[in-house]
Design a protein around this ligand. Structure first.
Ligand SMILES: Nc1ncnc2c1ncn2[C@@H]1O[C@H](COP(=O)(O)OP(=O)(O)O)[C@@H](O)[C@H]1O
Ligand SMILES: O=C(OP(=O)(O)O)[C@H](O)COP(=O)(O)O
Ligand SMILES: [Mg+2]
Length: 408
């Protein structure tokens, strides 16, 4: 299946200065170490190809959500170290993503040089898709390469806006592969088709669920996402992560799932902690018994059994979002159990999301999945059947697209 958007294979890159958007929003430990480099490794083919062609590569990424302000906690410095090692090249870290110093660095680049700009979200214009910032990114740039599948569902200055101000905008290999693989897998899934949604990005991802109800047969909810649904069911959830303003939506989704005959599975028990810590005091609780001052940080054993059964009777499964705070051993049981069940069961399985993929990698089960996607929110957008802004802005190839072409 050919993609209808231009890719780096379709244009000449020799000596060109490239603004390449990548998604290096990788898990980083409190000590500043990259704990999962999947997103960096998956970008290497594009980077190696551009280096081999003698391009001058300016890499841009966000990291976390620093809310438009400079904050060293969200610096990409830990990433540049890992990237240099993986690329066997000394990648220079720029002090910012725009400005005189950055322009100076850009102007001195030689063919094959790579620099990594500092976190684009240090500027408020990034998430607002501000044209001035996009123009700054495009300054002295010949080509925009988007290889940030994980952020392709965002219409931001570095993922979409910049395309308008460069001579040509094309896809990198990772973006192309992801769109093609997910497009094919999700077009006509074997049924029963099950989505498992968890994680912490509740306010965003809960909005996707309504359209998922038209696509899936079963919907399994875990992780932080589950608490908003538990509250909607009328349970007290103590100090658990919850989006109060999304509770009415969760209520509505519970009703809609019933109407549409979608089997909606919610936790029946959880693992709760007295407080959020790396040496937690914890216990299991039925959802009706969550203590007032405690926090639900994982699904419980009964819930794992319930979800396992639903997984075993599914033919296609898409999983985004961990079932608990798997970064802490005591709250990793739900996530790792689900990963093991998916690995054993022979349904077509897609796992997407920076953190979900890190969990599967930690469990040593990456090879047992059919597709590992670097995007959580982005793969859910595709599952909804929606277009990705980061793809839409790329130059169109002058050829007939096929009906399964998600790049359209
Ligand atoms: N019950 C919970 N309470 C708070 N955070 C949670 C809970 N369950 C999971 N999480 C957190 O969700 C985060 C991942 O969420 P998200 O970014 O949405 O997933 P992904 O990166 O796979 O798309 C993890 O860091 C995990 O610790
Ligand atoms: O980690 C990401 O998405 P994911 O957690 O859904 O996998 C992407 O880097 C997007 O980050 P954002 O949700 O802060 O825009
Ligand atoms: Mg994440």
């Amino acid at each position: 299946m050919a993609c209808s958007r231009l890719s780096i294979k379709d244009i000449s890159l020799e000596g060109k200065r490239i603004f390449c958007r990548v998604d290096f929003n990788v898990p980083i430990s409190a000590e500043g170490k990259v704990t999962d480099d999947t997103r960096i490794v998956k970008a290497l083919p594009t980077l190696q190809y551009m280096i081999a062609k003698g391009a001058k590569i300016v890499l841009a990424s966000h990291f976390g959500r620093p809310k438009g302000e400079r904050n060293e906690k969200y610096s990409l410095t830990p990433v540049v170290k890992r990237l240099s090692k993986l690329l066997h090249t000394d990648v220079k870290m720029a002090p910012d993503c725009i400005g005189a110093e950055v322009e100076e660095l850009k102007s001195r680049m030689q063919p094959g040089d790579v620099i990594l700009l500092e976190n684009v979200r240090f500027h408020p214009g990034e998430e607002k898709n501000d044209e001035k910032l996009a123009q700054e990114f495009a300054k002295n740039i010949d080509v925009f390469v988007n290889d940030a599948f994980g952020t392709a569902h965002r219409s931001h200055a570095s993922t979409a806006g910049v395309a308008k101000f460069v001579p040509v905008a094309v896809a990198g290999f990772l973006l192309m592969t992801e769109v093609k693989m997910l497009g094919e897998a999700l077009q006509n899934p074997k049924r029963p088709f099950t989505a498992i949604i968890g994680g912490a990005k509740v306010s965003d991802k809960i909005l996707v669920i309504e359209s998922l109800l038209d696509r899936v047969d079963k919907l399994i909810i875990g992780g932080g996402m589950a608490n908003t649904f538990l509250k909607a069911q009328g349970y007290e959830i103590g100090k658990s992560l919850v989006e109060d303003d999304r509770v009415p939506i969760a209520k509505d989704l519970i009703a809609k799932a019933k109407e549409k005959n979608v089997e909606l599975l919610l936790p029946i028990d959880v693992r709760v902690a007295k407080e959020f810590s790396y040496t937690p005091e914890y216990k299991n609780a039925l959802v009706e018994d969550i203590p007032e001052t405690w926090t639900a940080l994982d699904i419980g054993r009964r819930t794992i059994d319930l979800y396992s059964e639903a997984i075993r009777s599914s033919a296609t499964i898409v999983w985004n979002g961990p079932m608990g705070v798997f970064e802490i051993k005591e709250f990793s049981v739900g996530t790792f159990s689900i990963a093991h069940i998916l690995a054993k069961h022979d349904a077509f399985t897609i796992v997407g999301g920076g953190d979900s993929v890190a969990a599967v990698e930690q469990a040593g089960l990456t090879d047992k999945m059919d597709h590992i996607s670097t995007g959580g929110g982005a793969s859910l957008k595709m599952l909804e059947g929606k277009k990705l802004p980061g793809v839409e802005v790329l130059n169109v190839k002058h050829e007939q697209p096929t009906s399964t072409d998600f790049c359209k």
